[in-house]
Design a protein around this ligand. Structure first.
Ligand code: CA
Length: 227
């Protein structure tokens, strides 16, 4: 799950970003409406956390522009404005929830989970290849009949590969979808996750294989059936 945090207060941005990463989300953090729009144009974001007082305008305008463009990405407003009128204006503009600063990171995390669980997200189909089934909403993987305990990054990687099964997925695309843009990624982090995932798939008897295309990326496909 990938969250976009739009917050111009450095201290708060760092705090909230770190807290949510610890809860297992990939977090992109920007400080202006313009940057937020740029990210939303190019990246699949599951939830936007939005401050209202931003250097280049009011967060409410960002929501209006999103909704006008028929983008239904859920938005949670984070603001010090606690007045009833502010709440109503926020929700009227198309925000999904409202959290008043200061808040506990646990509460924020709980609100995020609730928004990400909304029923319309349940329409995302299961991803299946061979005997492997990944549920993109529940973040679960099963092989044959058995539910597997995969680590979060392994599930992230498997999801991107399965969405393009049979095609080579370039390294930067994989890294981009697995790590938030403010996360430091060491050069061999991806390899480490790939080898863990391969081992895990093999041990669980999966009938798929991940191939390395040197200098380019990785692809997943069904294992050829041996005679
Ligand atoms: Ca602000």
């Amino acid at each position: 799950m990938r969250l976009l945090l739009v917050e111009d207060n450095r201290r708060l941005g760092t705090l909230v970003g770190d807290g949510l990463r610890e809860s297992g989300y990939a977090v992109d953090w920007v400080t202006t409406i313009d940057e937020a729009l740029a990210v939303l144009e190019t990246t699949r974001i599951d939830l936007v956390l939005l401050d209202l007082g931003l250097p280049d305008g009011d967060g409410i305008d960002l929501i209006r522009r999103l909704r006008a463009a028929k983008k239904m990405t859920p938005v949670l407003i984070l603001t010090a404005r606690s007045g009833l009128n502010d709440r109503i204006a926020g929700l009227d503009s198309g925000a999904d929830d409202f959290l008043v600063k200061p808040f506990a990171i646990e509460e924020l995390s709980a609100r995020c989970r609730a928004l990400l669980r909304r029923p319309d997200r349940g329409l995302q189909p299961l991803l299946t290849l061979g005997n492997v089934v990944l549920n993109p909403v529940e973040r679960t993987v099963s092989v044959g009949e058995d539910l597997q305990e995969f680590r979060r990054k392994e599930v992230d990687l498997l999801e991107v590969l399965l969405r393009r099964a049979g095609h080579v997925v370039p390294r930067p695309v994989l890294e981009d979808s697995m790590y938030g843009m403010n996360e430091d990624v060491s050069s061999n982090a991806l390899e480490a996750v790939v080898s863990r995932l391969r081992r895990h798939l093999k041990q669980s008897g999966a009938t798929v294989e991940i191939r390395t295309i040197h200098g380019v990326g990785y692809s997943i496909s069904k294992q050829p059936i041996l005679p």
